[in-house]
Design a protein. Structure first.
Lengths: 301, 327
């Protein structure tokens, strides 16, 4: 293009932002984004694209085998992926369930991001006793295997989807807080922080405007990777009957009921798990890619 | 080293105290009267009385905690409300099964993961490399309980010697049979029951080990000392397995250590899938029966095992890797 306009060579050629270029060149980010954009679209327009009514029961079609999209030379919309224990269309339920998975992931990760960033930032910036107390509490939370802590919280609060989200968020907070804390510690003693303080800005502004703005990348990477963890955790809790309750549809619950017919109708458990796997793969590809681009320090986490 | 061990043990005590507070609070986080929650609406006066005696629900919260902790420290975690058996007994019956399952999945993960990673690195960009890297990508992402369901529906139903669910003879029993009677049948029986649950539980860590072994070995193979080894005419086999692999496995060991604790958590869901009689299944059924003493006791015991495992792993690093120096 430039050679066609020799007159314009004097002006500096507009270059793409180097970070953006690295993002676009990263295969991992690209593959991950495609999967996640797909998920978001399905979650948004789900109710309008289901081939059948996801709640309609048909006792004669219990555990109907997958029919595929091509039957007797004609385009088929009935039981493309088969039916569940009440004769409901599996594909339609998968599409509706995408919404729950995405929402649970987003809300749980959002909560853990907010609390993790605030706790980690305060801990790192204030230091001393406050730091000790916050970090010891985080140590205690990390002393339980994640899924066990989540199960225990849901057991106490009562099994439903909101409590499952809270539980998943609590599990993720300590990791987030630790990472943010170490980033704040790394930046805290830089000269620009001292300069901001010398200019008379108060601690809150310094912390949030000057320090955290330089420490957001690892938190973002962790949150992306955490989306996958949260979605699996929701599935596990729902599988155990501690998450989504009927009539809500979620992939984890579909696995749980499919388990009853694992001999006669393995397709009922196959597809929801496949959906979870693909989505988790999407988030981990995206997270790994973002980590490579923005933050090489987190490499081994 | 001794100073480090003492310090770690000291902080372990504090962390476990913190865990005990969380576990204790489980009953009180539940909305409503804990006695009614546990016993239901039609509880008799005698039942309420019995529960009050164990937990002191009629006293202030801190007092209740110390009563509970005092009992727990003496090995009394209360009585299961449904089974009427001591909670410690219920847990000690099941803990070996859980640990056995976690250990087997670790053994399988290492036994498959490391060789696969080495082959992938040595034959970089071959079909076996692409194949195993693709499998590893899926293996990390797939929920382990779904892998379990697939193993059940696709393999256990067609392979006659693989049982569907439940546990065979315990590992000590199997060893005892070999040691005393040279009887390998018991061991085989033990192994065929544990194989599928352990595989399902170990999938993600197996995938992780494969990926890490590959990348770590590739990195080490590019180092100067490996070039020197090659330059002085050593055979490729000696270079890879004698020189490079030893250093490449260090990060793998770290990950294995970190992940072993996670296996204990993951086993909860796997135990439900395979009807494996471990602590995880005990917790899940206790939750659905609102049997809080059992839930509390099991969570506490799993946390203690988890903490001890992590401590052992940390301590063994310093033995494996002399470059780590603890102050």
């Amino acid at each position: 293009m430039d050679s066609a306009h020799p007159a314009s060579t004097a002006a500096p050629r507009r270059r793409m932002n180097p970070t953006l270029r690295r993002v676009l060149r990263n295969k991992s980010i690209m593959f991950g984004s495609v999967i996640i954009v797909g998920l978001v679209i399905i979650a948004l327009i789900g109710p309008w694209i289901t081939p059948m009514d996801p709640l309609r029961q048909d006792i004669w079609e219990r555990y109907e085998a997958p029919q595929g999209i091509w039957v007797n030379g004609e385009f088929n919309t009935r039981y493309i992926l088969g039916a569940d224990e009440l004769g409901r269309d599996l594909l339609s339920r998968l599409i509706i369930g995408a919404r729950v998975s995405l929402l649970v992931g987003l809300i749980a990760t959002g909560i853990s991001l907010v609390f993790g960033v605030v706790l980690g930032a305060i801990s790192g910036y204030v230091g001393g006793m406050v730091d000790d107390i916050i970090m010891r509490v985080m140590d205690v939370l990390l002393a339980l295997p994640g899924i066990l802590l989540a199960i225990a919280i849901v057991a106490a609060l009562g099994p439903n989807i909101v409590n499952a989200m809270i539980a998943i968020a609590v599990v993720r907070i300590p990791t987030m807080a630790r990472v943010v804390r170490s980033d704040v510690l790394a930046v805290k003693n830089e000269e620009f922080v001292e300069a901001a303080r010398a200019l008379g800005q108060n601690h809150v502004i310094v912390l949030f405007k000057h320090i955290l703005i330089n420490a957001w990348a690892p938190a973002l990477v962790l949150a992306t990777l955490g989306m996958g963890t949260a979605i699996v955790a929701e599935a596990a809790l729902s599988f155990l009957g501690l998450g989504t309750q009927p009539p809500q549809v979620s992939w984890g619950r579909m696995l749980s009921v499919g388990r009853e017919a694992i001999r006669s109708a393995p397709h009922v458990t196959l597809y929801p798990g496949l959906a979870i796997t693909i989505v988790v793969l999407g988030f981990s590809l995206l997270g790994d890619g973002l980590r490579d681009v923005f933050d090489r320090r987190l490499k081994d986490t | 080293m001794l100073k480090y061990v003492v310090r770690r043990l000291f902080s372990l005590v504090f962390i476990l105290l913190g865990v005990s507070i969380i576990v204790f609070m489980l009953v009180h986080l539940a909305p409503g009267d804990p006695v009614r929650i546990m016993l239901g609406e039609d509880a008799t006066e005698a039942d309420v009385e019995r529960l009050n005696r164990i937990y002191g629900f009629d006293r202030p919260l801190p007092v209740q905690y110390f009563i509970w902790l005092g009992n727990a420290l003496q090995g009394d975690l209360g009585t299961g409300i449904r089974s009427n058996l001591p909670v410690t007994l219920l847990i000690f019956e099941r803990m070996p099964a859980t640990i056995e399952l976690a250990l087997w999945s670790l053994v399988l993960a290492i036994g498959v993961g490391i060789p696969l990673g080495v082959v992938s690195a040595v034959r970089r960009n071959s079909w076996i490399d692409f194949g195993s890297m693709f499998a590893a990508l899926i293996g990390v992402a797939a929920p382990n309980f779904w892998v379990g369901l697939i193993l059940l529906s696709q393999i256990a139903l067609y392979v006659t010697w693989l049982p569907i669910g439940s546990r065979g003879p315990s590992f000590p029993d199997a060893l005892w049979a070999i040691a005393t009677r040279l009887d390998f049948v018991v061991f085989w029986d033990h192994f065929r029951y544990v194989l599928l649950p352990a595989l399902a539980l170990g999938t993600s860590i197996m995938a992780l080990i494969t990926r890490l072994t590959r990348s770590s070995l590739l990195e080490v193979l590019g180092r100067d000392y490996v070039r020197t080894a090659r330059a002085k005419g050593l055979r490729e086999f000696t270079v890879v397995y004698g020189h490079a692999l030893k250093n490449a496995l260090l990060p793998v060991i770290t990950v294995v250590g970190v992940q072993f604790g996670a296996l204990l958590g993951g086993s909860i869901v796997i135990e439900v899938v395979f009807a494996w009689p471990g602590v995880g299944r005990l917790i899940v059924s206790a939750i659905s029966q609102r049997d809080f003493p059992v839930v509390q006791g099991s969570v506490l015991m799993l946390a203690i095992v988890f903490a001890l495992v992590n401590l052992l792993v940390d301590l063994s690093y310093s033995l494996v890797n002399p470059r780590i120096r603890y102050g």
